[in-house]
Design a protein around this ligand. Structure first.
Ligand code: ADP
Length: 472
């Protein structure tokens, strides 16, 4: 338990914290008082230290009901009752107080753990020594009809003062037991509450720290994206000049170059182009990460897009002795997408496929109708899973393949499968991470699997939602 829990526990156990009404159940107290009244016929009331009436058992005696109808007697009785209420056993000890009728009240303190928590008032009852109405009352109120009042007095409960004192003590001891178990229950629940509060506080603190860390990471991520965007942009301008001038030199626009010079300048040109691709990739990635890439979407046909990509990679593939195959299902629905960005996606995949397929192999680009699971929130926090019509694109090759353990990681930025064949091919390791982000931005999904048909190579599967949203 932490420091604050200990502190609150200390606070909770401080004696003056509990009031009688906190420790006992009022209903139980009422039943207890009724039980005592039924047994001894002496009315009793229990008050808390603050004067709150917690239990009231017994009826107003008929003598008192009668006296209440007479002005003088009534005010004399009321005066006694008011006095009885002010008696504090803490100061005066247990007290027997006489009433104008000759009956008496017994006032007893309720203490717990050496602290007075309230009072019990027993009475009025007639002590054994009293047999008639006191002369003082008759003098005070001549309106009293003596025979009637005497009859009513005779009906009043009679008890020896010592007996009532014993009853009171018995009641106090019973109450003490009730108070003890009440105290224990209250302490237990307070301790429980304190420890729950403590755990809640700890959880809140951890939450705050976590939120802080998330905010910090977000800020760092934003800074990184900004940095990438700025640096890439600044690198691009001088690089364009390097590429432009080296291209002019290779083409002999600044005079003839000997073979070696031309070779050197061509290398500058090629490396410049390579660098430019990397920078463009970085720019794209930083825009996608920061969400600042704007997509200009329109309705597009999938089949021409696939054919166009196939045509673009064909020269390189032919040079390498790799066959390009296109298979598109007729009647494919339209896509709502950014045509240039989708072209970039499939060109990346097709480039990779050709790159990682040895001579004699083949690369197949296909498109067919399929479906895509998508989650949509219904406003109440419930996520409804829906299946939407989609087009499934597959870029399959018969090349070196990707080991199962690497199939998720290849989509990480700068990640390249660590094999000599990958290293030989060069590359930036950015292509697939851009592919995944662009596919995500179109509400689609991409993954890689084995090329089971050919027995070797990999298949990149891209699913993109169609214009028609179909919920199954
Ligand atoms: P790059 O091709 O520039 O290295 P990518 O992000 O496009 O970067 O690809 C990451 C890595 O995934 C590649 O370096 C390669 O190891 C692996 N890879 C991608 N496509 C294929 C493929 N068709 N066959 C085998 N490995 C692949």
């Amino acid at each position: 338990m932490g420091v604050s829990a200990e502190k609150s526990l200390e606070e909770l156990t401080m004696r003056d914290r509990f009031a009688l009404e906190d420790l006992v159940d009022r209903e139980a107290l009422g039943e207890l008082s009724e039980g005592f009244y039924k047994l001894f016929r002496v009315p009793l009331r229990i008050f808390s230290e603050s004067g709150l009436l917690l239990a009231d058992a017994g009826e107003t005696h008929r003598l008192y009901t009668y006296l209440a109808t007479l002005k003088k007697s009534s005010s004399a009785v009321q005066e006694v009752v008011a006095m009885v209420k002010t008696i504090d056993p803490k100061l005066q000890g247990d007290v027997t107080y006489p009433c104008v009728t000759g009956a008496v009240y017994r006032i007893v303190g309720v203490t717990y753990d050496r602290r007075q928590l309230g009072r019990i008032i027993l009475g009025p009852f007639l002590p054994h020594s009293v047999h008639d109405l006191p002369a003082s009352l008759l003098d005070l109120d001549p309106e009293i009809e003596l025979p009637k009042a005497r009859d009513l007095l005779a009906e009043m409960p009679r008890a020896r003062e010592e007996t009532v004192a014993e009853i009171a003590q018995h009641l106090v001891r019973t109450l003490d037991l009730i108070l003890f178990s009440g105290h224990r229950a209250l302490l237990a629940s307070s301790m429980h509450l304190a420890s729950v509060q403590e755990s809640f506080k700890e959880l809140q603190e951890k939450n705050e720290k976590l939120q802080h860390a998330v905010d910090r990471l977000k800020e760092l991520d934003r800074l990184k994206s900004n940095f990438l965007a700025t640096v890439s942009h600044e690198l691009r301008t001088p690089l364009t000049s390097i590429i432009g001038y080296s291209e002019m030199l290779v083409e002999g626009m600044a005079g003839d170059l000997n073979l070696e010079q031309r070779d050197f300048v061509r290398t500058i040109y090629e490396k410049g182009e390579q660098l430019l691709r990397l920078i463009k990739g970085l720019l794209d990635l930083s825009k996608l990460e920061s969400g600042t890439m704007s997509l200009s979407k329109s309705y597009i046909d999938a089949a021409p897009l696939v054919r166009d990509v196939a045509q673009t990679v064909t020269p390189v593939a032919r040079k390498k002795g790799v066959q390009i195959v296109v298979q598109t299902e007729p009647g494919l629905p339209e896509l709502w997408a950014d045509a240039a960005r989708l072209r970039q996606v499939f060109l990346n995949l097709a480039d990779n496929a050709v790159k990682f397929t040895p001579t004699g192999g083949s690369v197949t680009l296909s498109a067919q109708i399929s479906s895509l699971e998508s989650g949509a929130e219904d406003g109440s926090g419930l996520v409804l899973l829906a299946r939407r019509a989609a087009i499934e694109f597959r870029v399959s090759d018969t090349g070196i393949g990707i080991p199962e353990s690497e199939r998720e990681r290849v989509f990480d930025a700068f990640y390249q499968v660590d094999s000599s064949s990958t290293r030989e091919q060069g590359g930036t390791g950015l292509g697939l991470s851009i592919v995944r982000r662009l596919v995500d931005a179109h509400g689609g999904a991409v993954h890689v699997e084995d090329n089971r048909r050919s027995g070797s190579g990999s298949v990149f599967v891209v699913r993109l939602p169609c214009r028609r949203a179909t919920v199954f």
